[in-house]
Design a protein around this ligand. Structure first.
Ligand SMILES: *Cc1c(COP(=O)(O)O)cnc(C)c1O
Length: 458
């Protein structure tokens, strides 16, 4: 019998994170004056120990024991060989999926949430504020805050707040507070509500609210926490790829293709960065971030400087961006509706180390359904985008008659996304295209900012 689940011995779990900043050049974040910002400018927003990680160029960073201890509640996660899917596709490819859905919150997000809660606690912080799209991040942070005795205030994008009420319950179950965004609790939220009382909200708006709530707390014991995009988040997630690499080594294989869906870029980067490290050092591997056709940041948007949030509170980041005021079409993968992308992932795309692709939501759910009916796991709508690319690559391997090894991230389960599955099964889910004027509008917004340099690390 062929092995379906590749486990990792607890001694083989990573004790350090991989920091790709040791191996690539990056455009620095810029302040309002157009000059690179110093770490002290971030101090009202993040604790200094995390700011140090954000700018560190050390290649390996020790994972504190207390974090390893919480990780051990569900890590190492299994690597699944999707034998039934391979057979259904009739492909000679071997398909491996790193199953991050087994965490308490059901996704990869606790990998950084736990780390961020720990470092804030160490720094003497009492409360974290954050935003959440589909609710995955808010629940991951609520869980993590409960592990370290912190309070947690979550601003949840309105459309998801309405479509996904159980995530709110999950946050409250772990002791978090959840508010629909835009809310009337912040200046940023009130301004948007005045312009457009029926707005579905966006991650950009929710970020503005959470940042404002953190920096305006007069006790000085509140900080903001971001679930994706930032350098330290990408680094915390590398436990995924580091484990997967060892698990594949046990199987005696190395991937030809590495795939992850990309919203802010963290689950993709978490799986891909250890392989990007190999590629920088001469290995051949095709590394593919997959985004929705309705929010095609890497595949269509310009590489520019832009704010990470709607109100323009955050520094300017060098990234592919659809414009910080982009309100994405309401597709059913809330976690993939961000206007920008992690600067690390963007830099890897600029350098040709990663090759972005996009898929539409019908392709995504079709793949998700096929996966559920072969492998049994009901995956998150976000994950389905990665699965659609897996199917494409497996079919390509079949055409070429090549025994390729495909590795992808199973970023989360879809057990709280069944409303979207129901729509798909009823034939009511539509293909959503990007409105044509979005890119023109984005170009106009981005034209006011400096252009990042095209840096080459190799
Ligand atoms: C949040 C989320 C994503 C997208 O976020 P990234 O930072 O791009 O990883 C993808 N899949 C799942 C299950 C998520 O919860």
């Amino acid at each position: 019998m062929q092995k379906r689940r590749i486990r990792l011995h607890s001694d083989d779990r990573p004790k350090q994170w991989y920091n790709v900043l040791a191996d690539i050049k990056m455009n620095p974040p810029l302040g309002p004056d157009g000059k690179p910002i110093g770490p002290e400018m971030l101090a009202p927003v993040f604790p200094m120990n995390l700011i140090e990680q954000e700018v560190s160029t050390e290649r390996w960073i020790d994972i504190p024991e207390a974090i390893q201890d919480v990780y051990s509640m569900w890590r190492a996660t299994p690597l699944i060989r999707a034998i039934n899917l391979e057979r259904a596709l009739g492909t000679p490819a071997k398909i491996y999926l790193k199953d991050e859905s087994v965490s308490p919150a059901g996704s990869h997000k606790p990998n950084t949430a736990v780390a961020q809660a720990y470092y804030n606690k160490e720094f003497g912080i009492k409360r974290l504020t954050t935003e959440t799209g589909a609710g995955q991040w808010g629940s991951a942070l609520s869980f993590s805050c409960s592990q370290f005795g912190l309070e947690c205030d979550v601003y949840m994008v309105r459309i998801s707040f309405d479509q996904k009420p159980y995530r709110k319950t999950l946050m409250r179950t772990w002791g978090g507070n959840c508010f629909a965004s835009p809310s009337d609790r912040t200046k940023a939220g009130r301004a948007v509500l005045e312009r457009d009382p029926n707005t579905p909200g966006s991650l950009g708006i929710a970020i503005s609210e959470a940042v404002e709530a953190a920096v305006s707390d007069e006790t000085g014991q509140t900080r903001y926490s971001l679930g994706s995009v930032l350098n330290h988040v990408m680094m915390h997630q590398t436990v995924i790829g580091l484990e997967a690499k060892k698990q594949l080594e046990q199987e005696g294989v190395y991937p030809d293709v590495v795939i992850g869906c990309a919203g802010g870029g963290s689950n993709f980067a978490g799986l891909a960065l250890p392989f990007a490290h190999d590629k920088i050092n001469g290995k051949e591997v095709d590394i593919i971030p997959v985004e929705p056709a309705a929010c095609p940041t890497l595949t269509k948007a310009a590489f520019s400087y832009d704010h990470g949030d709607e109100a323009g509170y955050t520094p300017l980041l060098a990234m592919h961006s659809l414009g910080h005021n982009f309100v994405p079409p309401p597709i059913h993968a809330g976690g993939l509706r961000y206007h920008g992308m992690a600067p690390i992932v963007c830099q890897l795309v600029v350098e040709g180390i990663c090759r972005p692709e996009s898929v539409n939501q019908i392709e995504a759910y079709t793949a998700g359904l096929q996966f559920a009916r072969t492998e049994g796991i009901v995956t998150a709508p976000e994950t389905n985008h990665a699965l659609a690319q897996v199917v494409k690559e497996a079919n390509k391997a079949k055409e070429e008659g090549k025994e390729k090894v495909i590795l992808a991230n199973l970023s989360g389960h879809g057990m709280l996304d069944l409303g979207a599955y129901e729509k798909f099964l009823d034939g009511k889910l539509e293909e959503v295209e990007l409105p044509a004027e979005v890119l023109e509008r984005a170009a106009a917004v981005l034209s006011q900012y400096p252009k990042p340099e095209i840096l080459k690390s190799r």
